[in-house]
Write a protein that binds this ligand. Sequence first.
Ligand code: NAD
Ligand code: WQD
Length: 337
Amino acid sequence: MILVTGGCGYIGSHTVVELLSAGNEVLVLDNLSNSKVSVIDRVARIAGRAPRFVKADILDRKALDEVFKAHRIEAVIHFAGLKAVGESVAQPQRYYENNVAGTLVLLDAMAAAGVKQIVFSSSATVYGDPEVVPVSEAAPYRPASPYGRSKRMVEELLFDLYAADPEWRIAVLRYFNPVGAHPSAFIGEDPNGVPNNLMPYVTQVAIGQRPELSIFGDDYPTPDGTGIRDYIHVVDLALGHLAALTALSDAPTCLVANLGTGQGYSVKQVVDAFEKASGQRIPVKITGRRAGDVPCYFADPSYARTRLGWTAQRGLDDICRDAWRWQSWAAAHPEEL
Ligand code: NAD
Ligand code: WQD
């Protein structure tokens, strides 16, 4: 059985679908601080069977011990964490407590139970504003926020753990910009309040919840002046976790892999692609740059290809089509969320 912390969240829920579809037994542990338990039913609708679910916090050692005692867990995929960059600047202790201390408690509970296999959700945010693009895993750490530093700390914790006990099997996955939704439309990104990220903002404008998109700067040194990112379809990202688990099943190791497409798109390109895929017009206005934003980054995904045998298969049109399907379904079925 695979334990998925944060499995009710955006990336976790898509990964649970793929794990179940591939025949795994799955136990989701989530404190529902940024998700809804209804996602379990929607995951079951897609996969044809439900994962088990425990409402618990990764900081709760007793709850974790009970989980490891009650179930034969082979591996943990660890998504649980807080992820809002701006919020992490305002509330650093909360981020270090949840993301770093929470992971420490989880790793202790795993070690006590003899479970030494973990896939960790890290982020390309650990690279900060990279000197060279595409960004390879060898690029130096330059995280620019408490959130990014919490990810770096956990990465280093995992490296030290492996150095101390090489029986561990560890995959650190650095995600670029996860977007899109499951093509069934039953699960997708469902942010609380005003979205921080581009794609959920665009879909909320398209559905009429918000009047227009603010484009944060069109004076960057990029071809159309807007920021360039590596947008990766969340289903491709989910499949990257299955590939990582397979790689870990070979032998003890500690690997670090970028999960991105290798292709960058500007904000304007995303808006154009979304308008085409959805048939909706997205009114935009250009505003000033957002503090902390970098002009351009995208992944060098070659290590994931050779080491994990994984590459992203879905493009920007698939991303926009699936994000729009999800937003449309969610708006029409508020009682199911
Ligand atoms: P999400 O907020 O949708 O999912 C995280 C889940 O973890 C939520 O269901 C939340 O309720 C749960 N959670 C949070 N703290 C918990 C705790 N202490 N105990 C138990 N459950 C807890 O976020 P997501 O976008 O699915 O991200 C998943 C992981 O991937 C996070 O670690 C995030 O930092 C990382 N990541 C996300 C992105 C992105 O842009 N979405 C990019 C890079 C990395
Ligand atoms: C993308 C582009 C914005 C909103 C963040 C985190 C990162 C990672 C992924 C977790 C940029 C522009 C955005 C809007 C806009 N998360 N934009 N108008 O900032 O690349 O990465 O999410 O690990 O850590 O920082 O993603 O979607 O916020 O922005 O013009 O309303 O869209 O300036 O160029 P970002 P994003």
